[in-house]
Write a new protein. Structure first.
Length: 94
């Protein structure tokens, strides 16, 4: 498992479709993304979910930043468990 630290701030802006979400990401070392698009996929390696802090195992359903042509985001190896997104989006409002 990679030794990952949590970013300063990560939050889900909105669910765009069943396979994409928009993320707000701010990290003093990795930069800032106001509305970064993340797509669903399968984890290729063990990691830590940047939203929930839970372990991710290879093969888990996850969201990761999308690359646009030759523009690869600096946080490209970070992941969010799909189950963490579902829990966040369907949480009851107080």
């Amino acid at each position: 498992m990679q030794n990952e630290r949590s970013p300063l701030h990560v939050s889900i802006v909105e669910k765009l479709s069943s396979t994409t979400i928009s993320i707000r990401w701010s990290d003093p070392c990795l930069g800032h993304y106001a509305n970064q698009i993340w797509g669903i996929g399968s984890a290729r390696a063990d990691a830590i979910c940047v939203l929930s802090g839970k372990p991710i195992r290879r093969g888990d359903s996850i969201f990761r930043p999308r690359a646009h042509g030759s523009q690869v985001p600096i946080n490209r190896h970070r992941m969010i468990l799909a189950s963490a997104v579902s829990g966040f989006l369907h949480a009851p409002t107080p």
